[in-house]
Design a protein around this ligand. Sequence first.
Ligand SMILES: Cc1cc2nc3c(=O)[nH]c(=O)nc-3n(C[C@H](O)[C@H](O)[C@H](O)COP(=O)(O)O)c2cc1C
Length: 453
Amino acid sequence: MSMKKIVLLNGMGPGDDDLASAFSALTDILDQEGAEVNSYPLRDMKVAHCIGCFGCWVKTPGVCVHSDQGREIIQAMIQSDTVILFTPVTFGGYSSSLKVIVDRFIPLILPFFGKYHSETHHTPRYARYPRFVGIGIQRSESETEAEVFKALVGRNAINFHAPSFCADVFHVDQEKEALQEGIKGLLSGSDPVPVAKDIEGFAPAVRGVFRSGETGRAGNALLIVGSPKIKDRSTSSILGEYLTGVLAAKGWESEKLTLKASLNREKGKKELCTAVDRADLIILAFPLYIDALPYLATKALEVISRHLESRESGRPCGLFTLVNNGFPEAHQNALALAICRSFAEQSGISWAGGLAMGAGEMIGGGKLLTQTRRSGPPIKHVIEALDRVGEDLAEGRVVLSQAQRLISKVPIPVVSSGIWRWLFPRFAALFWKAKARKNNVNAKDMYVKLYAD
Ligand SMILES: Cc1cc2nc3c(=O)[nH]c(=O)nc-3n(C[C@H](O)[C@H](O)[C@H](O)COP(=O)(O)O)c2cc1C
């Protein structure tokens, strides 16, 4: 196996010491192979979470605005041949300790869009990229979560132009020899990339009620906004607030909690758990970050799940997920929905369904939704979808797929989805260049390659 330079991202979090033997099985193999390894124990490092400012594209192109050890890792990654993502499988996704750096990958690509595997993805900044190897460790077996994990590594590989990828999931108590055999296979192997049809079915629509016996009684909704944006109003908060408005019209009470860095401290965790304890329904609204939930939302799921484990009863009845992404295809949110669904199942909360919106940045600064309802294109379909969702949730019903079909509609009337997807990258290029110009960055400088050719 020729691996040459390896970057090893160790996503073991504070409570994950039981993964230490699996991790040393991996490092033993890398030693035996004589690979040059840069290993990053993320939980002990200073890496700020991405705040979705896009400064790494339009202000300081190619580098994150946070000057911390995250920059060093990103530089090492693009100069490596293989990046290994080692993590406890967390509801099918990565641990928050790993996700904090994964969200910081975006300066490695350009803001501009291209077509890859018939989907929209960002164009490459650099001429060559490392391959991705994903090693997930499970404490209790879940075939579904293992499939979601492997697909997630593959989707990341697509987004970051990896020449190949390979991923698998192992049990924490697996025999060392078997584990090492498996890891060796991953280091030299290659999996087929998961395209649209491979991920679409991961969060299937369900039917039924999530508040059986309580239909008719208005409840309390907790809107958790998982967008880390601090300067602009996020699309997540705009969509979430509209939805809680629909619930309020049906007599529901609601409160809103926006996740912030305070979640890294006891006070923030407590605030979140206390709010969860008051809720009948959680509405989790977040943007798609690197094919999954952003760091803060990932961390929130970990915190809530641990909190609910210690409770005999009194948990919220339902979780509804509202996710929006930058690319025009809403199906790219499928793995994020699957992660939320797994979280709900593991935490004893009913999955009330999810709604995924593509091209979420179109709801810029919330201007469109503050106009009168049904104000016409381009967001009439979004409002209609949210109205339906609100009606269902208020009655304790699981949200069905009609709302998803509505929100996925092409926003411009009489324009086909093919033309919309052709127009979208062109509009987007103008949008990013205008943003850069405002920071005195000219279009040519947006393409800068800081760390390699
Ligand atoms: C770090 C980062 C990673 C992102 N990853 C993806 C992605 O994998 N797929 C996608 O379609 N959009 C991605 N986006 C775009 C966001 O999902 C999009 O901008 C969204 O509309 C932001 O919503 P918000 O205003 O609620 O934060 C990413 C954005 C950032 C900052």
